[in-house]
Design a protein around this ligand. Structure first.
Ligand code: 7RM
Length: 652
């Protein structure tokens, strides 16, 4: 007898709209039709190793691999015995042809300064930096922490590490001294690269000051390289601190790339930590690079003439994969912007798109919801006609935000790729193929070729269409993480022992009759109301579909009667103020959209929600606030600490 508790999350929201790509887009796309996608998917499913072997010929190898896959559950090796260099693949191989003088990076500083680096120029800068690091004693296998603003030197430093076989650990420039210290110590980094400061909303973020604080307790650090960006006064400690310009300036502009093993750790990156202690996700060289390169073609349909802009910070995996490694491996032109979207005014992004005639724009739902709040007039001031493709990443994009993105930014002409992936997956796993897949607002649609995604019960058996469950990946893929730095047990336990035999993503999802995936939120965040297990996404989506609501977060609060009561934190559109009438209206609205059982017990209006630096709502903190906890655990990943105290002051 099928047991009821095999259904782990109920799905309660329906979305019927469907948007096929235009014939014009499909005709020019790398993948032109669903038939073509299906054939590729089938080919990869039937012969994964043959498929990935063929893909791997897109990389430049110093030594060919002898075996495609070595899968010793849960430990994986891809392209066994092969040797290559990531910086060679991202730079040198483009120098022999017409890409030599093409812009690799178009950089825009917040104050309005800008820089363009061609592939040739990038080659010289990376070589200089690689030689500079070498002169400090950095060699293959060493770890380098990079704590920089969004400046070209961040990319240069990453590629320079890759060039000499050092493993980089980028720490987001908005992190505090304590967060930086912990990450340096976990990585046991030898060198730290930072800047005097970075620009953010017209203010200087004093990075060197935080670094000094952090380096008081980091025994592994031998040298600290300091880039001059803002010109603010900094202290330089003799013997430890060196100016970037003085170190790199005199270096040679050529540097032989170190040939590393396919599995050599290219980088470690600490995850955003919405659930607690940060962990260092380790990525390989060959598999990771291949994954980012293939997805640039499949998902972003990248062409040589495109200007590609991913707005993510380099301190987030999205910046690693889709500002640095993916675009550069593909020989593309990537835009990098240093500052805030509202500096000096709310239209900065649209101004940048117009200025550089950006073709492909990739951002996060949290940003889109902010733009909606700011109003269309900021968009209307600019010519966005260069855009041909839009992307979203980081959270489920609720259908309301999707439609706004489609109409206002995409002028109903651009396909939207809602790309589902994680720090751990290295690159995109589930996403529309823009020239093929008819999109449905709110769905990341279908898995990419080679990705065996499925929705299953806690026991690991597939659930029926439209039933919620755990999103898992059943076969290894090249871009997957290889381990957690210094913590292989955690790698094994967290990802491979939750559900037997598969990679557990930690997300809840459902798959509809067309095989489209709908991400319902983190399974840790699932709310259990009177025996109904609800994903956060669907309740939040229902709230945001009300015209007064800009953003919402749903959490469970312990309740004697129901087990959990449904509590929702809501921010409103524009300057609207919340009152009891609106509160009632919103509760009824959710009941109408989902059902009476999902009617929120409490709605709390707030001017902001606690988010990670990459814009994810930290429901863990809201849950704790809802439960009246006084201690909130790790808050180092929180974007704006003051949000928390404001939320508490608001308590009724
Ligand atoms: C790239 C990134 C991963 C988590 C993931 C999801 C959520 C990301 C989407 C999404 C729904 C999406 N890495 N997530 N993309 N949920 N639709 N398109 O975000 O490690 O920082 O976060 O983010 O919960 O597990 S991450």
């Amino acid at each position: 007898m099928p047991n009821d508790h095999s259904i782990d999350i109920e799905s309660v929201l329906q979305e019927e709209r469907k948007f096929p790509p235009s014939a014009e887009f499909s005709r020019r796309a790398h993948i032109k039709s669903m038939a073509e996608y299906e054939a590729l998917y089938r080919r990869a499913a039937e012969d994964p190793e043959g498929f990935w072997k063929e893909c791997a010929s897109e990389l430049f190898w110093f030594k060919p691999f002898s075996k495609v896959l070595d899968w010793n559950f849960p430990w994986v090796k891809w392209f066994v015995g092969g040797e290559l260099n990531a910086s060679y693949n991202c730079i040198d191989r483009h120098l022999a042809g017409p890409r030599r003088n093409k812009a690799a990076i178009i950089w825009e500083g917040e104050p309005g300064d800008s820089r363009v680096l061609t592939y040739q120029m990038l080659a010289g800068e990376v070589a200089r930096c690689a030689n500079g690091l070498r002169s400090l004693g950095v060699k293959a296998g060493d770890l380098v922490t990079i704590y920089l603003p969004m400046v070209p030197e961040a990319v240069i430093a990453m590629l320079a590490c890759a060039r000499i076989g050092a493993t980089h650990s980028v720490v987001f420039g908005g992190f505090s001294a304590d967060a930086l210290r912990d990450r340096i110590n976990d990585a046991e980094a030898k060198v730290c690269i930072t800047a005097d400061g970075g620009w953010r909303r017209g203010q200087i973020v004093e990075l060197k000051r935080s670094t000094d604080e952090a380096l008081k307790q980091t025994p592994s650090i031998q040298k600290c390289v300091v880039l001059k960006r803002c010109g603010n006064r900094v202290e330089m400690r003799p013997g430890r601190d060196l100016w970037w310009d003085e170190l790199m300036g005199p270096q040679k502009t050529v540097c032989d790339p170190v040939s590393v093993d396919s599995e050599h750790p290219l980088y470690t990156l600490y995850t955003s930590g919405t659930t607690g202690k940060p962990k260092g996700v380790v990525h390989s060289t060959a598999g990771y690079l291949l994954h980012t390169l293939m997805t640039m073609k499949w998902v972003f349909d990248i062409k040589d003439e495109d200007v590609f802009w991913c707005t993510a910070d380099i301190g987030w995996v999205t910046g690693h994969s889709y500002t640095v490694y993916g675009p550069l491996a593909a020989g593309a032109t990537a835009v990098i912007y240093e500052g805030a979207p509202n500096a000096p005014e709310n239209d900065r992004f649209w101004q940048i798109i117009e200025k550089y005639r950006v073709n492909i724009f990739y951002t996060a739902p949290t940003a889109i919801r902010t733009f909606i709040k700011w109003g269309e007039e900021w968009v209307k001031k600019h010519d966005l006609s260069s855009l041909r493709l839009l992307g979203s990443v980081g959270e489920p994009i609720n259908p309301e935000a999707w439609m706004w993105y489609h109409k206002v930014i995409g002028r109903e002409k651009c396909p939207i790729v809602d790309t589902w992936w994680q720090t751990e997956t290295g690159g995109i796993l589930i996403s529309p193929i823009p020239g093929a897949t008819p999109t449905k607002p709110g769905s990341a649609t279908r898995p990419l070729p080679g990705i065996a995604a499925e929705v299953v019960t806690r026991e690991g058996s597939a659930v029926a269409p439209n039933q919620g469950g755990f999103l898992v990946i059943k076969r290894p893929w090249p871009g997957m993480l290889r381990t957690i730095f210094h913590d292989p047990d955690r790698y094994k336990h967290q990802y491979f022992e939750q559900i037997p035999g598969v990679y557990t993503t930690g997300d809840g999802a459902r798959c509809d009759d067309d095989g489209y995936f709908w991400i319902m939120g983190r399974v840790d965040d699932v709310i259990n109301v009177s025996g109904h297990r609800l994903g956060t996404m669907e309740v939040e989506s229902a709230l945001v579909s009300h015209p007064a609501v800009a953003e919402a977060a749903a959490v469970g609060r312990p309740d004697e009667l129901k087990g959990q009561a449904l509590m929702c934190f809501v921010t409103l559109e524009g300057r609207r103020k919340g009152d009891d009438r609106l509160r009632e209206e919103l509760r009824n609205h959710v009941a109408r959209e989902i059902g009476a059982f999902a009617k929120p017990d409490t709605i709390r209006f707030t001017d902001a929600l606690p988010k990670t630096r990459s814009g994810k709502i930290m429901r863990r903190l809201l849950r704790q606030i809802a439960a009246g906890d006084q201690t909130l655990g790790d808050t180092t990943t929180l974007e704006d600490l003051s949000v928390l105290s404001r939320l508490r002051e608001d308590e009724e």
